[in-house]
Design a protein around this ligand. Structure first.
Ligand code: GLA
Length: 386
């Protein structure tokens, strides 16, 4: 079986943001159906992940986790088989502490038996949380335990660590074998949350890369306040489609896994256009996985516009101009000198706009554009002789 787990940022759908505790077999099967029918699968989304609240409150007499028979009457193997029959992969959830965050049984001191159970069920992905961690045990060790168990359970299971960026996770997470790691607290369906999470990871991009991605949390694109959890729904207003576009562009540029959190059975056309933007996804999935760096753009509207640059495998550069300010139409401009291109070299950049899906021109020395409030411009820049 080919390994290569986490060679590029994982892509999929997770039940938590919209449905939290209210999950069941039918919903998950419908999500799998829709993943294929909507075209999401063709864009690279492959994992269908069940988050917290899937099990019974007690383990069985052999110390094994048991799926809640009311929510999942045919059990997890049945669901895994169904998801696999659609050409998709199946993800589940547990926690490094004694209980999950919603107080269901978790894997502390059951790491090896649980990894084997997940393997028997046909699980391909495990999100592993950080609640109810016993005091005095380093989290690092708990992730190393589950990492070891998963790597030896007889099945390729992608390890998605979720310790919210605590305990200097950046310095040890690669040692655990995790292919992705949550670096932030939980996202909310609000513009402020999106901005705060993204900015908290600026400057951290060199600490992630192929086989171990910085996960800024699941996407809220297309939720429009539709969560049955008040914290995530944040008042039920949600964001504008422009804000969702900027959110998706940020996560893509910053190499975050792209885990959809909305109800994919009822996506609007705007939501589909965002989640299925193949030009933006290609930046996220670039085989080299280099992190984006932030150009110092202070001076442009008091630093409200931030510019991210990500070198791509074929020599192109992904360039993102993000207007975090509320002011209508901020001018953003930067000299190519700041990216490493002196004008004396005789080159410029041919810019392809990844949201308009067209080449917008060739530019010498600098690029200048107006970016609306909360909007962004994502370009693929090709070096060309002038
Ligand atoms: C934590 C995680 C969330 C989600 C919930 C489930 O808060 O960060 O992503 O998994 O637990 O209870």
């Amino acid at each position: 079986m080919p390994k290569n787990l986490g060679r590029t940022p994982p892509m999929g759908w997770n039940s938590w943001n919209t449905f939290t505790w209210n999950i069941n077999e039918e919903l998950v099967m419908q999500a799998a159906d829709e993943m294929v029918a909507s075209g999401l699968k063709d864009c690279g989304y492959e994992y269908i992940v069940i988050d917290d609240c899937w099990s019974k409150k007690e383990r069985d007499e052999n110390g094994r986790l048991v799926a809640d028979p009311e929510k999942f009457p045919h059990g997890m193997k049945y669901l895994a088989d169904y998801i696999h029959s659609k050409g998709l992969k199946f993800g589940m959830y547990s926690c490094s502490g004694t209980h999950t965050c919603a107080a269901y049984p978790a894997s502390f001191e059951h790491e090896f038996v649980d990894a084997n159970t997940f393997a028997e069920w046909g699980v391909d992905f495990l999100k592993y949380d950080y609640c109810f961690k016993p005091k005095g045990i380093p989290g690092e060790l708990l992730y190393k335990r589950m990492g070891m168990a998963l790597r030896n359970c007889g099945r390729d299971i992608l390890f998605s660590a979720c310790n919210w960026g605590q305990d200097d996770v950046y310095s040890w997470i690669k040692e655990t074998g995790a292919q992705m790691f949550r670096s932030t607290g939980d996202i909310q369906d609000s513009w402020n949350s999106i901005v705060n999470l993204a900015k908290s990871q600026f400057g951290r991009q060199s600490q992630q890369g192929v086989y171990c991605w910085n996960d800024i949390d699941m996407l809220v694109v297309g939720m429009h306040g539709g969560s049955n959890n008040d914290f995530i729904g944040d008042g039920g207003f949600g964001c504008t489609d422009t804000e969702y576009k900027t959110h998706f562009s940020l996560w893509a540029m910053m190499n975050s896994p792209l885990m959809i959190g909305c109800d994919i059975r009822s996506m609007t056309d705007a939501t589909k256009e965002i989640l299925m933007n193949k030009d933006v996804i290609a930046i996220n999935q670039d085989p080299e996985g280099r992190g984006a760096y932030v150009l110092d753009s202070s001076g442009w509207d008091n630093g409200q516009v931030k510019i991210l640059i990500k070198p791509l495998e074929n020599g192109d550069y992904a360039i993102g101009l993000f207007n975090f300010g509320d002011k209508f139409g901020s001018r953003a401009s930067f000299p190519f000198w700041d990216m490493g291109l002196p004008s004396s070299a005789g080159y410029g950049f041919e810019m392809y706009d990844c949201w308009k899906h067209e080449t917008i021109g060739t530019f010498a020395e600098r690029f200048t554009a107006d970016v609306e409030a909360h909007d962004c411009l994502i370009m693929r820049a090709k070096l060309v002789k002038l």
